[in-house]
Design a protein around this ligand. Structure first.
Ligand code: ZN
Length: 374
């Protein structure tokens, strides 16, 4: 009994941090395969497979791997679980497919705690493509996927897009949670556990929540209680873009050490700056302009967030090395005009500067970055 309460006290399943409003056609729209949602031309099958997914997330939003990938892959799937239902909606088969992550290879401690899936459990598991192929083969043909809520479809689509698996055929997904909330006239969408409580389904002590197969199983049990279960087909899901909750629009990197100012200016920190909000690598809009031997500025462009003013701050250390900090903040029109003018002037001069020459003699200002450098 104690154990059951413990199960119920589990936190709600981990939701994507932020789902942007509205669906999107996505890169796979209009293709026969790769779509896991409905465009109006599909006829939905009444052979049901209930699906649930578990996924890993970056250890930190500052982690090098997330900063590199950005929002293209926020949640990397680590388990597919599903149950097949017969005509009378009884469970006829189930599957659990672990997936070895290839990007967020370190399982977030919270995810490990919740799912019981760690590096050890996932060792030797197939990668995403192979697991999805196995799942598609297990599904067969002529079926509709059902799931609890709108998160799984978005995570699944993002993984399909990221790993370029649009060629693997999958049926559309429909939402049981929405139908459940309608039937029970609930204002808020209930968690799976709450829904189970509502219809008096006791969790099995041997079947912990946050295991994809177990959650799919429980979802199927809830589905069986619905008076007109086929109405779930009216709640076709459209994947949403997954975006990590926007971070601050400005950022300053921690100081990094380099052998010289030249090395610092040629580093990825300088030449591959990332957007503070989405982590994408910015396109540099022209070269850095030296304002003083310890200060450089340029403009970077983010596909999503526009132009940013980039400022590099160099400092000579006591042992002769150079530290570099990069700051990024949304650029004003004045910033952009200023940098472009200076870049033009520098090109006219054509002089090649030695970045290490003047750095010894810089008179330090108290401000690490002056907000109004111009
Ligand atoms: Zn951005």
């Amino acid at each position: 009994m104690k154990k059951k309460r413990a199960l119920f006290s589990c936190k709600n399943r981990l939701r994507p941090v932020y789902l942007s409003g509205g669906g999107r056609p996505g890169p796979l729209a209009g293709r026969k395969r790769g779509r896991i949602y409905i465009d109006g031309s599909n006829e939905l099958s009444m052979h049901y497979i209930v699906l649930d997914l578990e996924w890993n997330q970056p250890i930190s939003w500052q982690s090098p791997v997330y900063r590199k990938i950005g929002d293209k892959l926020i949640f990397e799937m680590i388990q597919i679980g599903a149950v097949k239902l017969g005509e009378d909606l009884s469970i006829t088969d189930s599957i659990s497919l672990p997936i070895a992550p290839t990007h967020y290879v370190q399982i977030h401690p919270r995810i490990r705690r919740m799912t019981g899936l760690g590096a050890e459990e996932l060792a030797g598991a197939p990668a995403f493509r192979e697991a999805l192929e196995q799942f598609a083969a297990w599904c067969g043909e002529d079926y509709t996927l059902l799931t609890w809520g709108c998160d799984d479809v978005s995570v699944l689509q993002q993984n399909i897009d990221f790993f370029e698996c649009g060629d693997i055929p999958l049926a559309p997904l429909c939402d049981i949670q929405k139908l459940f909330a309608e039937v029970h006239e609930l204002k808020d969408r209930p968690s799976l556990q709450k829904a189970m409580e509502q219809v008096n389904i006791q969790p099995d002590e041997q079947m912990a929540f946050h295991n994809a197969r177990n959650d799919a199983w429980y979802t199927a049990l809830v589905f069986q209680t619905l008076p007109e279960p086929e109405k779930a087909l009216q709640h076709a899901l459209t994947p949403k873009n997954l975006i990590h909750k926007p971070r601050k629009s400005r950022e300053r990197t921690p100081a990094e050490r380099f052998a010289s100012a030249r090395a610092a200016l040629e580093s990825d920190t300088a030449l591959k700056p990332t957007c503070p909000r989405c982590g994408r690598i910015l396109a540099l809009d022209g070269e850095y302009i030296m304002q003083s031997p310890d200060k450089y500025i340029s403009i970077g462009k983010c596909r999503n967030h526009g132009r940013l003013l980039l400022r590099l701050r160099l400092e000579k250390t006591e042992d002769g090395e150079v530290t570099l900090q990069r700051a990024a903040a949304p650029a004003t029109h004045a910033n952009i005009a200023y940098v472009h003018t200076k870049q033009y002037a520098a090109r006219q001069r054509g002089a090649v500067l030695d970045p290490d020459a003047g750095l010894d003699h810089v008179t330090r200002s108290n401000m690490p970055f002056e907000e109004r450098a111009f």
